[in-house]
Design a protein around this ligand. Structure first.
Ligand code: C5P
Length: 301
C-alpha cells in the first residue's frame, strides 16, 4: 500500500522585502499564486526501520535533487514521525516536474507533499493547524505549498491569509540552466540596499487585480524586490526577460529568488506563442506554460 500527494509550484506575484531581522530572515509581504506544474510524492512503508527515510527521485532533473537529509521531504517525514513519537520507516519517491532551485518552491512542495502523504500512510490524522505549523518549521514557503490557491504571506512568508482570485491567469515559465541559492539572493539583496528599506506591504492594486481576474491589471502591478539581486547574480536573465516581453507577454518578472523567469500573458494562445519564442531564442533551457491559481497539496489515492 502506498499514498501519493500532488503539490503545485508557485510564482510570487508580489514579493515585498524588508530589512534583515535579528534571526537573519527578512520580513515579507509575499503574495503567492499556485500554478499548475506539479511534483508527486509517494510514501510507501519501508520493510525495516530506515533512519533517515529512504528517498528516490525521477524526472528530467532528478540528478540535481539531493537524496539525503538536506532534502526537505526527508526532514518533513522525520518531523512528522517525531511529532507523533513514531518511527519514520518510509520510502519516499518524488516524481519531479517543478524546476529545481528555480524560485518556484519545488523543495517546499516536496516537503508539504511528504507531510500529507506520510500523515495518510501512518494514519496519524494530524489536524490542519498542526500540519501548517510543521510546514512553517520546515521552511518559509512550505505552508503555502499545502494551502495553494493564492495567499498573502507575512512574517518570513509563513503566516498566510488566503486571497480570492476572480479568474485563471496564463503564465509561461522560462527555466534556466542551473539554480540560484535563495540565501545567496537575499544576501545580494542586502548588499545592494542603499538606504533604509521600507516596511514590506501588499499592494492594494495587485490584490484588486487578483480579485477581478484581470490579467492587464495584474500585469501592471507585478513586483519582485528580489529581482535586482537575482539579475545581479545572473545578468543573462535580462535577455530571457527581454525575449518574453518582445514575444508579447503582458509583463515579465523573476519568480521568487529565481532564476526561473515568469511571463504573464493574455490567454492560452499567447502563452503558447511566448513559450515557443523563448524555446527558440536560446536564452533559457526550456519554457513551460501553466495556469494559476492551482489547488494546494492533495492526496491522489
Ligand atoms: O525558510 P527557508 O529555509 O526556505 O529560507 C531559506 C533562506 O532564505 C533563509 O535561510 C534565509 O537566508 C532566506 N530567507 C530570508 N527571509 C525570508 C525567507 C528566506 O532571508 N523571509
Amino acid at each position: 500500500m502506498s499514498v501519493t500527494a500532488r503539490v503545485p509550484a508557485k510564482v510570487n506575484v508580489q514579493l515585498s522585502v524588508g530589512g534583515p531581522r535579528p534571526d537573519g530572515f527578512h520580513d515579507l509581504a509575499n503574495v503567492f499564486l499556485a500554478v499548475g506544474l506539479y511534483d508527486e510524492i509517494t510514501a510507501t512503508p519501508a520493510n525495516a526501520i530506515t533512519d533517515p527515510p529512504r528517498l528516490t527521485c525521477s524526472g528530467p532533473d532528478a540528478d540535481q535533487v539531493p537524496l539525503d537529509r538536506t532534502n526537505l521531504a526527508v526532514r518533513a517525514a522525520e518531523l512528522l514521525a517525531a511529532h507523533h513519537g513514531i518511527s519514520p520507516a518510509v520510502h519516499l519517491h518524488i516524481a519531479k516536474d517543478i524546476p529545481v532551485a528555480g524560485g518556484m518552491a519545488g523543495g517546499s512542495a516536496d516537503a508539504a507533499g511528504a507531510l500529507l502523504a506520510c500523515d495518510a500512510l501512518w494514519d496519524t490524522k494530524t489536524p490542519r493547524a498542526e500540519l501548517l505549523s510543521l510546514c512553517a518549521q520546515l521552511g518559509s514557503d512550505v505552508p503555502f505549498s499545502l494551502v495553494g490557491g493564492a495567499a498573502l504571506g507575512r512574517g518570513r512568508g509563513e503566516l498566510l491569509t488566503e486571497l480570492p482570485v476572480g479568474g485563471d491567469f496564463h503564465w509561461v515559465f522560462a527555466v534556466a540552466d542551473g539554480g540560484l541559492s535563495t540565501p545567496a539572493v537575499y544576501r545580494e539583496f542586502d548588499r545592494l540596499a542603499t538606504g533604509p528599506i521600507p516596511e514590506p506591504a501588499p499592494s492594494p492594486a495587485l490584490l484588486a487585480a487578483l480579485r477581478t481576474g484581470d490579467p492587464h491589471a495584474l500585469a501592471a502591478s507585478l513586483a519582485n524586490d528580489l529581482q535586482p539581486a537575482a539579475l545581479s547574480l545572473r545578468p543573462a536573465l535580462a535577455d530571457t526577460l527581454d525575449t518574453g516581453r518582445a514575444a508579447g507577454a503582458l509583463a515579465t518578472l523573476v519568480s521568487g529568488s529565481g532564476p526561473t523567469c515568469a511571463f504573464l500573458t493574455e490567454d492560452a494562445d499567447s502563452a503558447a506563442s511566448v513559450a515557443r519564442a523563448l524555446r527558440a531564442s536560446g536564452t533559457c533551457r526550456t519554457a513551460r506554460t501553466a495556469t494559476g491559481p492551482a489547488p494546494g497539496a492533495a492526496l491522489l489515492n
